[in-house]
Design a protein around this ligand. Structure first.
Ligand code: CO
Length: 134
């Protein structure tokens, strides 16, 4: 069902500092920051030849990323995003197998303008999983 790894997301306190680490120390291509008010985050993408890294900085104290950083003060891996061909079909198959879909279970438009869903980490080896329609 799942296809390519679309991105690995890392929660950071300071997206400018984190961007500089990837650009200047690791020599990667880094996009400009984009504010995603609906998701409570500022996002930067690191473009690697085979996938992307998504840096997430909380936008305000109510951001889900702020809560993650309370538990992980140095930042850390927040979720993995896998591509699926049909997000509704994937969701329905997963639910039939007992997996929990977060929120109201309906896809939202993610950082790439494509429908995304999040799956409960307890059902996926302790890792928050994002599905994105390819
Ligand atoms: Co993501």
């Amino acid at each position: 069902m799942i296809g390519r790894l679309n991105h690995v997301a890392i929660a950071v306190r300071d997206i400018a500092k984190a961007s500089a680490v990837y650009r200047d120390t690791l020599g990667a291509r880094v996009t400009a920051p984009v504010v995603e008010a609906a998701h409570g985050v500022t996002v930067v993408f690191i473009e690697l030849p085979n996938t992307k890294i998504e840096l997430l900085e909380p936008l305000g104290p109510e951001s889900p990323i702020a809560r993650f950083l309370d538990k992980n003060p140095d930042g850390g891996i927040h979720h993995l995003c896998y591509e699926v061909e049909d997000i509704i079909a994937a969701r329905d198959q997963l639910k039939a197998k007992g997996a929990r879909v977060l929120g109201d279970g309906e896809p939202k438009i993610g950082a790439h303008g494509k429908p995304v869903l999040f799956l409960h980490p307890k059902d996926f080896c302790g890792t928050l999983v994002e599905l994105e329609q390819a």
